[in-house]
Design a protein around this ligand. Structure first.
Ligand code: GLA
Length: 402
């Protein structure tokens, strides 16, 4: 039996806003001050580079998290979410590392971080609804943080959301929320993408200095599409694997006498110098991934500048091999998605995000999208795996008011 592969549908912004508003009115019995939303992202290239001072090239998706929000006069934060169970109440003054559990940490953490940076922020009521798939490696947590950040910004007159410099400040607050309150040691690509991307563009982000460059991305005019394949395999960044990669990279940089692996200019020389470290085989493979991945970001940026988008395929596939073999963050579902897409005409593809599950991307001809999705769906069904879900990525707008 053949089935139609499942699509991950993005709501219209008016639908998202209406849903969040209705949830707010149900929960709190009054109208919100407004609705703010922020996108999930997919990264074209540059994986596990952001915490190494490297570059990456994410784009915002049309899939967004919507937050209907009302500022309060006191310190209370009351939260409801269509995706989560019971309502949560947190007192802002009591937020500190280790004090808030679960999804509320991503919300209360942003207010906490803005306070830590010297801004005056009060409590609030918020109702959340989202069409960013959870656990798909498409940054549902960053979308939540960033929607809250722009809501806090506007309702408290912080005036950060109106400029890119201000948005970089909001992104830093979201990163602190995730690192220190939610306890996930992620690198910052996701929050920067959600707040600083532009519609129709990928964001070339240099995490060494926070600088950005907006690269027009119009695959459709070349008859191409970026197919996102959510494997539905579980991934969990809060577990030890991501942190272990990050710690090892930092140890390697320390051994090499550089601040981050971004500063490695001679890979062979660096690998030779790491040979004496404990676990040298693993360390050298991790470092090789990071250094070659940063070079691949530049390669893709150059190809896009030349409008040579078809040539991106092999670079994406090289990234997948490096993530699978050197960085060891892939999993059978991701490998099957990438390999099946390639066997059915994709020009290239790779896993995206932190890994161990979540999504992969494939660069495919527009005419092949349905065929490739059907083949991947079939490959999963024949292995008895959970059915994957698909979307065609369009570079969408950053966080803002609805
Ligand atoms: C996750 C993290 C990001 C980044 C990617 C890997 O998405 O949140 O900071 O490190 O993994 O590139």
């Amino acid at each position: 039996m053949t089935t139609t592969p499942e699509q991950i549908v993005a709501w219209d912004r008016s639908e998202g806003a209406a849903r969040a508003t209705a949830a707010f009115e149900r929960a709190f019995g009054t109208a919100p001050d407004g609705v703010w939303s922020a996108p999930g992202r997919v990264n074209v290239i540059g994986e596990h580079t952001d915490y190494n001072g490297g570059t990456c090239l994410p784009m915002a998706l049309p899939h967004r998290t919507y937050v209907a929000f009302r500022r309060r006069a006191d310190d209370e934060v009351r939260l409801v979410s269509a995706q989560e169970g019971a309502p949560v109440t947190v007192s802002l003054g009591e937020v500190a590392p280790g004090t808030v559990e679960g999804w509320a940490a991503y919300v209360a953490g942003v207010a906490w971080a803005l306070r830590e940076s010297g801004r005056t922020v009060s409590g609030f009521d918020a109702a959340v609804d989202s069409c960013v798939p959870y656990g798909a490696g498409l940054s549902s947590s960053a979308a939540l943080e960033c929607a809250v950040a722009v809501a806090l910004d506007e309702t408290h007159g912080l005036a950060l959301g109106s400029s890119d410099e201000g948005r970089a400040v909001l992104a830093r607050a979201c990163i602190r929320a995730e690192n220190e309150i939610a306890g996930a040691p992620t690198g910052g690509m996701d929050q920067s993408a959600s707040l600083r991307c532009q519609e129709g563009h990928a964001l070339l982000l240099d995490t060494r200095d926070g600088s950005t460059h907006h690269i027009p991305l119009d695959l459709g005019s070349h008859g191409l599409a970026l197919l996102v394949m959510d494997t539905r395999a579980e991934h969990q960044l809060v577990d030890g694997q991501y942190a272990a990669r990050r710690t090892m990279c930092e140890a390697a940089a320390h051994e090499l006498g550089v601040t981050t692996l971004r500063e490695v200019t001679d890979l062979d020389d660096a690998l030779a110098r790491l040979a004496a470290m404990p676990d040298a085989d693993v360390v050298t493979r991790r470092v090789r991934h990071v250094v070659t991945e940063i070079a691949r970001v530049q390669e893709i940026a150059d190809l896009l500048a030349r409008d040579a988008v078809e040539e991106m395929g092999p670079v994406l596939s090289a990234a997948h091999a490096s993530l699978r073999d050197d960085y060891e963050v892939s999993c059978p579902e991701l490998d099957v998605a990438v390999d099946t897409a390639a066997a059915h005409g994709a020009l290239g593809g790779r896993m995206v995000g932190g890994g161990f599950g979540g999504s992969a991307i494939a660069l495919v001809r527009v005419d092949d999208v349905d065929r490739v999705a059907a083949a991947v769906d079939e490959a999963f069904a024949s292995r008895g795996w959970h059915a994957p879900a698909f979307l065609v990525a369009q570079a969408a707008a950053p966080a803002g008011r609805d």
